[in-house]
Design a protein around this ligand. Structure first.
Ligand SMILES: C[S@@+](CC[C@H](N)C(=O)[O-])C[C@H]1O[C@@H](n2cnc3c(N)ncnc32)[C@H](O)[C@@H]1O
Length: 442
């Protein structure tokens, strides 16, 4: 009987790759989010942080380049793959060979060792070895033919993005998904000083972008709650609400609380609502670390009563197709039907948000989706349904002078291809966000 437990692995490299393999097989077998699938096997593997990070990086790169890798592997297997777990193992190995800073022999040897130790895959070890060595030899040729829009973007998303943004822009979005992302943080105050301390730079929109790859918890200011992790695009919508100290503000889909923190830090009395108590527990932890307070309510926002607020933020649940750079699993686990289902929920939540906005008050609606049904179309339909509300156009000044982030109608639209850094390896891009600001005209 072959052993398969992590504890039997000869070295940490093999243990990382085994975890990556388990998770990749599972995601490809039953599309579910990476975070969801990750938790149980990662806990069971109980790897040191560095080895767990390697495993996570292998899965992330595999999903980011899934189409390219599938092609590279299948073209070099004389016939179709005899086993889905073998496919996952080969995809992980090809990801390391082609796209990661891992010596070929380390990727190949650990992969072959894993295959040999698996009763069902043992007999394919020779085949796997041949395929991976060929991929190593033909690396330049494979990379020269890289086409992220054609190969690494699911058909339905490619068609949608070409229709919404045009072919050139869709290509830039797909290219941006292949690049490394940096770590953006929102600082309570004095962004310049914190950028210096953290080894980063202040972006035009006010966030600080770090090049530092140390563990976040070990960086200065983290434990003291001077800043929190938040993509630079995700930091814009709460600012658009322009809250003033003492205003009562409802954050309707608040957890895990990045935007609640911004509103509370601006001095607002925030009511943070979310229907997930598990996610609200994280919100509470985050606010505690930051020394900020909010009234926290576990509730479906649709069930809230008759009260009204000076300002309302609706960061609605969405397909999250704007976050594929950091969460490449989204591309392969979401379906067209999710757009329809979520757009319907968003419009119901928007109607509720309107009822909660006091006359004269402001409402900001946002989603981290690239799909017009969850953004531009939603804003237009809202205005048609609610004649008492007017759009308060976002200005370029509010987004650091980057007029390209503001649509003709005056909404915020960021794309992963915005704010690309210099050089291939520089941390780059933004999450794809949409935000519209409305005022209750009374
Ligand atoms: C995009 S996330 C919010 C992210 C958060 N605003 C932040 O900045 O950290 C959407 C949230 O909406 C919550 N949610 C989904 N449907 C909801 C509903 N009907 N009422 C309240 N919360 C809901 C989810 O639990 C999830 O936490």
């Amino acid at each position: 009987v072959k052993e398969s437990g992590v504890d039997r692995d000869q070295d940490a490299g093999a243990a990382s790759r085994r975890l990556a393999w388990t998770v990749t097989s599972e995601i490809l077998r039953r599309p579910a989010g990476l975070d969801e699938i990750w938790e149980v096997p990662a806990k069971a593997a109980s790897l040191p942080a560095r080895d767990e990070a390697l495993a996570r990086a292998i899965v992330t790169v595999t999903l980011r380049r899934l189409g390219t890798l599938r092609r590279a592997v299948s073209e070099r297997l004389a016939k179709s793959s005899p086993d889905a777990r073998l496919t996952a193992l080969l995809l992980n190995a090809a990801a390391q060979i082609l796209f990661m800073d891992v010596p070929d022999h380390a990727a190949v040897d650990t992969t072959i060792a894993l295959a040999r130790r698996d009763r069902r895959l043992e007999r394919y070890a020779g085949l796997a070895n041949a395929v991976l060595r060929r991929i190593g030899r033909e690396r330049e040729e494979i990379l020269a033919a890289l086409d992220p829009l054609a190969d690494d973007t699911p058909d339905w998303l490619r068609e949608r993005w070409i229709a919404a943004y045009g072919e050139g822009a869709a290509r830039s979005i797909a290219d941006a998904h292949g690049r490394e992302t940096g770590l953006d943080v929102t600082v309570r105050e004095d962004a310049e000083a914190w950028a210096e301390k953290l080894g980063g730079r202040v972006l035009p929109t006010g966030s600080v972008r770090l090049e530092n790859r140390d563990r976040v918890r070990d960086l200065p200011g983290y434990a003291e709650g001077r800043w929190w992790i938040q993509d630079a695009a995700a930091a814009i919508p709460a600012r658009l609400l322009r809250v003033r100290p003492g205003e009562r503000v409802a954050d309707l889909c608040a957890a895990p609380g990045g935007k609640t923190a911004q509103l509370a830090a601006a001095g607002a009395e925030v009511v943070a609502i979310d229907r997930s108590d598990k996610r609200l527990a994280r919100l509470r932890e985050n606010l505690d670390r930051l020394g900020l307070t909010a009234e926290i309510r576990v509730s479906d926002a649709l069930n809230l009563g008759d009260e009204t607020f000076d300002a309302v933020l609706l960061d609605a649940p969405c397909t999250a197709t704007g976050t594929i750079r950091r969460h490449p699993d989204v591309a392969w686990t979401k379906r067209p039907v999710d757009v329809v289902r979520l757009a319907d929920l968003q419009s119901r939540l928007l109607d509720k948000a309107a009822a909660l906005t006091a006359p004269g008050g402001r409402l900001v609606y946002c989603t981290c989706s690239l799909e017009p049904e969850e953004g531009e179309n939603q804003a237009a339909a809202f205005l048609a349904r609610h004649p008492r509300f007017v759009r308060e156009p976002v200005t370029a000044d509010e987004v650091g002078g980057l007029s390209g982030l503001v649509t003709r109608e005056g909404d915020l639209r960021t794309r992963p291809s915005d704010m690309l850094g210099d050089g291939e390896d520089a941390p780059a891009g933004l999450d794809g966000f949409f935000a519209a600001r409305f005022r209750h005209a009374g």
